[in-house]
Design a protein around this ligand. Structure first.
Ligand SMILES: C[S@@+](CC[C@H](N)C(=O)[O-])C[C@H]1O[C@@H](n2cnc3c(N)ncnc32)[C@H](O)[C@@H]1O
Length: 412
């Protein structure tokens, strides 16, 4: 276990320096597979989901901040194991001391003392931490304030949902099989699952995708049920010319093409990420025209033919999916929301000019902050007098789906 604690500490350290957790995991844990990888994912994602309370606990256990960041991160990992996993406490402490020996031998007795104190003072610290909102809600202060302001009735539920394990939900490929048919295939494979309506099926316990029947031949894809609402919101019919303007990694592209036969352009400004759209479409045996370019500067990639439908699944704070990407909570700053809103505005205004009269644009985010959602749309409608809102929906994260926002705007 100590090698995994050590690796988890390194991953946390780089992530908390402002890097994307999944990218860091991909880089630092490239050769780690099977149960070891599952444990590493639990240690890193779990510790970041609870980083507010772990940080506050550790700060109270140290007489002064540690000058060795990796020892600090190692202690966070070990405190997570003590607080939230079934690992035997003596083994957690023993392994953490061995890991500390590899990092900085002179600090191994401090690691031992801190972890033993954490157990001895548990009840006292638990009581203290309930009075510290960042520790209690495991979110930064500015984020808690924004959620309280936006959702005065539901704010506790929203914050709590963001700290839970996310469900693993599949989108069944209706070109190959119905959701009911796939539920039978899952049952035959010993995987318990239930329908969430439409093509969405939730697994009762997550499994690696290579255990899913027919995954490699495109029978199902992993996609949150909230993300799957994009398909019906876009109001698309066969034969339409559609732009998926921020397409990578292609979750919604795949869904649209499974449900309809379309002339679809999948655009993303990141050619690396666009490669994942290609891989996903190949697995699903579907076709689209792929383009690399800035959705906010169409002169670089648009051929001048208007679109009947545009999906603008714009970059955003991702505050609705923080339970899947818990690094977001600690690496975002409150100013980022304004910066995202400016990019979203630029992209929407540019895309509007590519829509045919009578066409519709679906604006989508995985955010729960109104500044990126309803307020953004109200401002858009005020700027464009040929635009009419057909409807919008704010999903807050719960046991069925992540947090998403959709607004469909028709062009007169
Ligand atoms: C929320 S993700 C899209 C998720 C995708 N629609 C799906 O369902 O799998 C946003 C995407 O927008 C891309 N992006 C960000 N800024 C962009 C821009 N100015 N032009 C085009 N794509 C952009 C990012 O690279 C990212 O892949």
């Amino acid at each position: 276990m100590y090698q995994n604690q050590l690796l988890a500490a390194r991953i946390l350290d780089t992530t908390l320096d402002g890097h994307n957790l999944n990218d860091v995991l991909g880089r630092l844990a490239a050769g780690v597979d099977g149960p070891e990888r599952a444990q590493l994912i639990d240690l890193t994602h779990g510790a970041l989901r609870r980083y507010g309370s772990l940080r506050a606990r550790l700060d109270r256990l140290l007489s002064r901040p540690l000058t060795e960041p990796l020892i600090d991160r190692l202690l966070i990992v070990a405190l997570y194991q003590l607080e939230a996993t079934r690992a035997a406490p003596y083994a957690v402490v023993d392994h953490a001391v061995r890991a500390a020996e590899k990092l900085s031998p002179r600090l191994k007795s401090l690691v031992n003392a801190v972890l033993r104190n954490a157990q001895r003072r548990k009840d006292e610290l638990d009581a203290e931490l309930t009075r510290d909102p960042v520790a209690f809600w495991n979110h930064p202060e500015w984020w808690i304030a924004l959620v309280r302001q936006a959702w005065p009735r539901d704010w506790k539920k929203v914050l709590d949902a963001a700290n839970q394990h996310p469900p693993m939900t599949l989108r069944v490929n209706r070109r190959q099989i119905s959701a009911d048919g796939y539920l039978h295939e899952l049952a035959d494979a010993g995987i318990e699952a239930e329908s969430l309506g439409g093509d969405a099926v939730r697994l009762l316990r997550p499994v690696p995708v290579d255990r899913l029947p027919g995954f490699q031949s495109g029978r199902a894809s992993v996609q949150d049920a909230g993300a799957q609402r994009a398909g019906s919101w876009l109001d698309v019919t066969d034969g339409m010319r559609v732009l998926d303007a921020c397409a990578a990694p292609g979750g919604k592209t795949g869904q649209l093409l499974e449900c309809h036969t379309l002339d679809l352009v999948a655009l993303d400004h990141d050619s690396e990420r666009l490669r994942r759209v290609t891989q996903n479409l190949e697995r699903l045996s579907l076709q689209a025209t792929l383009a690399t370019g800035d959705a906010g500067a169409p002169q670089g990639w648009w051929d001048g033919r208007p679109f009947d439908r545009i999906l603008a699944d714009v970059p955003c704070s991702a505050s609705g999916v923080a339970r899947r990407h818990p690094d977001i909570k600690w690496n975002r700053r409150s100013n980022d929301i304004r910066a995202f809103a400016a990019t979203q505005r630029r992209i929407m205004d540019a895309l509007w000019g590519l829509l045919a009269p009578g066409g519709k644009m679906l604006y989508a985010t995985c955010s729960i902050f109104p500044g990126e959602n309803r307020e953004q749309i109200d401002a858009f409608l005020a700027r464009h007098d040929d635009a009419g809102l057909e409807g919008d929906e704010q999903l807050l994260p719960d046991s069925d789906h992540d947090g998403f926002y959709y607004a469909r705007i028709a062009k007169r």
